[in-house]
Write a protein that binds this ligand. Structure first.
Ligand SMILES: Cc1cc2nc3c(=O)[nH]c(=O)nc-3n(C[C@H](O)[C@H](O)[C@H](O)COP(=O)(O)OP(=O)(O)OC[C@H]3O[C@@H](n4cnc5c(N)ncnc54)[C@H](O)[C@@H]3O)c2cc1C
Length: 472
């Protein structure tokens, strides 16, 4: 492997290339307008924006295949775009070239309700999908919160509040249609829920951030919409006590559908903002799904006992829909609440994940760093699966640099605890420097896979791999 700072020499998008892209895609699906390019130059994170040289809207598999074949032949970078809600610069066209947006491939191709499956195009938003599926009594469970597309969720292996029960995106995909860098179209997986045939290319693609191939159709697993839903919220004197309750609730077999952690300052902020009457203490927010109304009260009573035995100082539960929605509204809008409460400040969202048993140690480490660096940092996340978000609030560049030093320590600590640099946001541009520490020689295997599937390195260059690892 050659180590150098020079990337492969890419070609610029010439007027001849534009003419060929237009011939393939139609004039209405190609744009060189600054306004369009600027709209697709940045995600929702803090990485520096870069404009592509041309924007092409994907319309079908054949067109995507022809665009990639052309780009591969001409050595032009291609970066896929879903809705641009990533947080680590994942869809930013760092090396220019073509920005291939899937915003116009939004069809539901088939609802296979009896199989609990749906086949969709990648530009469809998961919220729109679930709106449509409600009439079948089904839903696609991964829920990253923002208005993400299925393609973007596949790209980042997005997860969310319900992952503790239903799994991340990766756990809910059966089959993909993919276009490879050279334009070849392949199918991976099948609609069988059991698959043991050959290498698992489907799951290799999920989380690859558009660097190995582009998804043009996906068959997803669905779950029945829960009939009865309850919520509980408990506050504790210490993180250790809160995590003891997390382990207790998970170990009880109650199968929580959400198990969220909020640190003291986050609880305090959302309590004041959303009128929740929470003490400024480590807090757990939980949700349970059931098919029987009768079992709800029983479940909540067991949860209450577990929380009290673990040292909860306050416990509240409800089966009332509006009370439950009020609690979850506060959690779903935590990031917006933090942003709104710190006008004129930059808010940087980082995520790491560790085994649940290491969660208290990681939280304590974050708290120690917060004092040592004197940085404003909120910590909250999906405790049920060991995922924590740290939101750094900084007023100027020097404070931001200090916060990023702290973030590097937190990420390194998560890796030391046998965790990962990112539980759900992906590597993008923001976390490439942690790849070697986390994966060791495994990074070289990833490099070999990348080079075998995309030898000209045209798919989303500048992501996942540190910049000192490039094709020889
Ligand atoms: C307020 C807020 C809260 C968030 N909360 C969460 C959360 O709880 N959990 C979570 O996981 N994420 C969260 N995110 C991050 C983000 O919403 C998710 O990562 C989401 O999956 C990105 O989807 P997108 O459609 O915006 O994709 P984009 O950002 O457009 O793209 C994501 C990646 O997928 C690639 N890609 C896009 N389409 C395709 C395709 N067809 N084929 C192959 N690759 C493709 C892109 O090149 C890029 O690398 C949050 C973001 C915000 C702003």
């Amino acid at each position: 492997m050659k180590s150098t700072d020079v990337w492969p020499a890419y070609q610029i998008v010439t007027p001849e290339i534009i003419a060929r892209l237009t011939e393939i895609s139609g004039t209405e699906n190609v744009s060189l307008k600054n306004a369009d390019l600027e709209l697709h130059a940045n995600d929702q994170g803090i990485q520096t924006a870069h404009c592509a040289e041309a924007l092409v809207w994907a319309t079908d598999t054949v067109q995507v295949s022809r665009v990639l074949a052309l780009a591969n032949q001409e050595r032009i970078p291609v970066t896929a775009w879903g809705a641009g809600t990533s947080l680590e610069g994942n869809p930013i066209p760092l090396h220019g070239g073509i920005l291939l947006s899937f915003e116009r491939m939004t069809r539901i191709l088939a609802v296979q309700a009896d199989d609990f499956q749906v086949t969709v195009q990648p530009g469809l938003g998961y919220k729109d999908l679930n709106h449509h599926l409600a009439r079948h009594g089904l839903f696609f469970a991964p829920d990253p919160g923002a208005n993400a597309t299925i393609g973007g969720m596949l790209g980042n292996n997005a997860a969310g509040i319900r992952t503790v029960k239903y799994g991340a995106t990766r756990d809910n995909v059966l089959k993909l249609e993919l276009v490879l860098a050279d334009g070849r179209v392949i199918q991976t997986g099948s609609r069988s829920v059991k698959q043991s045939s050959g290498y698992d290319l489907t799951h290799l693609m999920i989380g690859s951030e558009g660097t190995l191939g582009l998804v043009t159709a996906a068959t997803l697993k669905l779950a029945p919409v829960p009939v009865h839903i309850s919520a509980a919220i408990a506050s504790f004197e210490s993180v250790t006590a809160a995590i003891e309750a997390v382990v207790g609730v998970r170990g009880s077999g109650l199968d929580p559908a959400a198990l969220e952690y909020l640190d003291e300052i986050t609880s305090d902020l959302i309590s004041k903002n959303d009128g929740l009457n929470l003490p400024a203490k480590p807090t757990l927010l939980m949700e349970f799904h059931s098919t029987h109304a009768g079992s709800m009260q029983e479940i909540l009573e067991i949860v209450r006992q577990i929380c009290i035995e673990s040292g909860a100082v306050q416990f509240f539960s409800t089966i009332n829909q509006s009370e439950r929605l009020k609690l979850w509204h506060a959690r779903h809008h935590t990031m917006e609440t933090i942003v709104r409460n710190h006008p004129g400040h930059k808010v940087t969202n980082s995520d790491v994940a560790v085994p649940i048993s290491a969660y208290p140690e990681l939280i304590k480490f974050i708290e120690t760093c917060r004092s040592r660096y004197d940085v404003m940092a909120y910590a909250f996340g999906h405790a049920g699966d060991g995922n924590i978000h740290v939101l750094y609030v900084t007023g100027d560049d020097s404070a931001y640099q200090t916060a990023m030093q702290m973030n590097a320590e937190v990420v390194n600590q998560a890796i030391e605890l046998d965790g990962t640099a990112t539980g759900e946001h992906g590597i993008g541009m923001g976390k490439t420097q942690f790849m070697r520490k986390e994966h060791g020689a495994g990074l070289d295997v990833m490099f070999s896979l990348k080079r075998s599937l995309d030898p000209n390195w045209i798919l989303n260059p500048g992501k996942i791999f540190p910049s000192n690892i490039i094709p020889a």
